[in-house]
Write a protein that binds this ligand. Structure first.
Ligand code: NDP
Ligand SMILES: O=C1O[C@H](COP(=O)(O)O)[C@@H](O)[C@H](O)[C@H]1O
Length: 489
């Protein structure tokens, strides 16, 4: 049984409270934390949105979504107590309406931790923060959580950071990247820094290359409006995939502390080899899904869903290099896409072959070791090794795996990333959140790619929905004599 340490009583003010993110992720995460008795005393969730809704109507909406999201963890008694914590205030973030009501709701809050979670479009972050200040609600101890995306390029990210920074000090600002809250992503830190086994091997001396894959089976569906202005590079690579890369590649931080960890990640981002125009053409593949099949059912293409022509990429594969002593010459292959053959997020560390084989040729081929960190689904860690095939006579080598399945080992529900992150904000621990300089360093690296794409105005390569992406992505890695890890679980 995991140890649950209750957090101090809080007022969580969720802007965008009627939105998809709040209803699908944030409220269910808070429900689970409440159910596990981590949320204490008079803690409240104050949902804020434009719609004129009564508290009862909002609670009914939450209930409808929650049942679908938490499944068998739903129970009436827990829900009744959780619903008591929920309040709703209609506020227009870009106008004057509703702010006095929010101030009145917070006035009887007592001395609780105050968190403003901005689950809205990022162009509202500045106006919301200014209004919070004008209404006297942004106290020196309160915290603000910024959902991704933080801007669409470096200039817009800086503008948002400046606007929010004019109201809140950096230590009050929590820029969320929910991948950092995933259990297996934190396990990557445990794997690297709570075991002495891997660190001596963790460099170009022993590692041939690294692959990071985040594949989804879903299409863009109801988020097409947002997604078409974003694309896979902005939506997934600039944040989630680069954060994963940082955790694989960073030097050991001196301690698990907010600045020690974020300083090391920042060094990696700054060491990424810049993508000049020729590199963009040779090292990156953009794709867009056409109609196909997903889990046995026909699905439309991206353009059919969107209803107009678009060059936005729904898939991207990149070969990335890190210019430092540890990683010189070790390619990091990243890929992410929508409407892929299966939902899988994993990191594959491919070790170098043995320097010399002592075995006769008929013993079989010696596959180099491969370490797979599976982020989702079937979270766990697998180490592929060579073993001797059992039996007398001769000596034949066979690949086999050491398999650590988290579900089988720990037998507890795998909490959603938001559960941990929402509680970390209340605890005042920003280690698993992005600092301003990290976000801006990531945009600095991504921006020349976007500029090259814009200048060339080439359409992305088509791929059939339900496949592993465009053929050019396979060629990207095979040109180097390597292959994507597609092994089945
Ligand atoms: N959905 C997801 O899975 C993820 C979303 N994000 C990001 O989070 C943000 C929110 O996403 P999502 O929930 O999907 O968006 P939705 O469009 O579903 O929700 C937007 C929310 O913002 C509110 N809102 C809009 N304008 C105003 C305004 N002027 N004043 C007050 N409230 C306003 C809406 O209120 P009302 O309904 O009353 O108009 C609604 O609650 C986006 O930036 C998105 O990119 C990030 C990661 C994942
Ligand atoms: O931030 C985002 O992440 C989701 C994928 O998250 P996961 O936890 O389901 O792996 C992605 O679908 C979405 O487009 C993106 O904005």
């Amino acid at each position: 049984m995991a140890q649950i340490i209750p957090v101090a009583p809080f007022d969580y003010v969720v802007f965008g409270g009627t939105g998809d993110l709040a209803l699908r992720k944030l409220l269910p995460a808070l429900y689970h934390r409440h159910q596990d008795q981590q949320i204490t005393g008079p803690s409240r969730i104050i949902a804020v949105a434009r719609s004129a809704l009564s508290r009862d109507a909002y609670i009914a909406k939450v209930l409808e979504w929650l049942k679908g999201q938490v499944g068998s963890d739903f129970d009436e008694a827990t829900w009744a107590a959780f619903a008591d914590r929920i309040h709703y205030v209609a506020v227009d973030a870009t106008g004057d309406a509703g702010w006095p009501d929010l101030a009145a709701a917070l006035a009887d809050g007592g001395s609780k931790v105050r968190v403003f979670y901005l689950a809205t479009a990022p162009d509202l972050f500045g106006p919301i923060c200014r209004s919070l200040k004008a209404a006297g609600l942004a106290t020196p101890d309160s915290r603000v959580v910024l959902e991704k995306p933080i801007g669409t390029d470096l200039a817009s990210a800086r503008k948002i950071n400046d606007e929010v920074g004019a109201v809140f000090a950096e230590q009050q600002i929590y820029r969320i990247d929910h991948y950092l809250g995933k259990e297996t992503v934190q396990n990557l830190l445990a794997l690297r820094f709570a075991n002495s086994l891997f660190e001596p091997l963790w460099s170009s001396a022993w590692i041939d290359h690294v692959q990071i894959t985040v594949a989804e089976t879903v299409g863009v569906e109801s988020r097409a409006g947002y997604y078409d202005k974003s694309g896979a590079l902005r939506d997934m690579v600039q944040n989630h995939l680069l954060q994963l890369l940082c955790l694989v590649a960073m030097e050991p931080p001196r301690q698990m502390d907010k600045d020690a960890v974020r300083d090391e990640k920042l060094k990696v981002l700054r060491a990424l080899k810049p993508m000049k125009a020729p590199d963009v053409l040779s090292s990156i593949v953009r794709g867009q899904y056409k109609a196909g099949a997903s889990r046995g059912e026909g699905v439309p293409g991206y353009l059919d869903e969107l209803g107009h022509e678009s060059h936005t990429e729904t898939f991207v594969a990149l070969k990335v290099e890190i210019q430092n002593w540890r990683w010189a010459g070790v390619p990091f292959y990243l890929r992410t896409g929508k409407r892929m053959s299966e939902k899988v997020s994993e990191i594959a560390i491919q070790f170098r072959p043995v320097p010399h084989s002592i075995f006769p040729a008929d013993a079989g081929v010696i596959d180099p070791n491969r370490l797979i960190v599976r982020l989702q689904p079937n979270e766990g860690i697998r180490l592929h090794m060579m073993t001797k095939e059992p039996g007398p006579g001769g000596l034949r080598l066979r690949p086999a795996s050491l398999n650590l399945s988290f579900a089988e080992t720990f037998k507890i529900r795998n909490p959603d990333a938001y559960e941990r992150l929402l509680m970390d904000v209340v605890r005042g621990n920003p280690t698993l959140f992005m600092r301003r300089d990290e976000v801006e360093a990531a945009w600095t690296w991504v921006e020349p790619i976007l500029e090259t794409w814009e200048r060339r105005a080439e359409p992305p390569k088509p791929y059939v929905a339900g496949t592993t992406g465009p053929a050019a992505a396979i060629a990207l890695i095979e040109r180097d004599g390597r292959t994507w890890n597609e092994e089945a679980e």
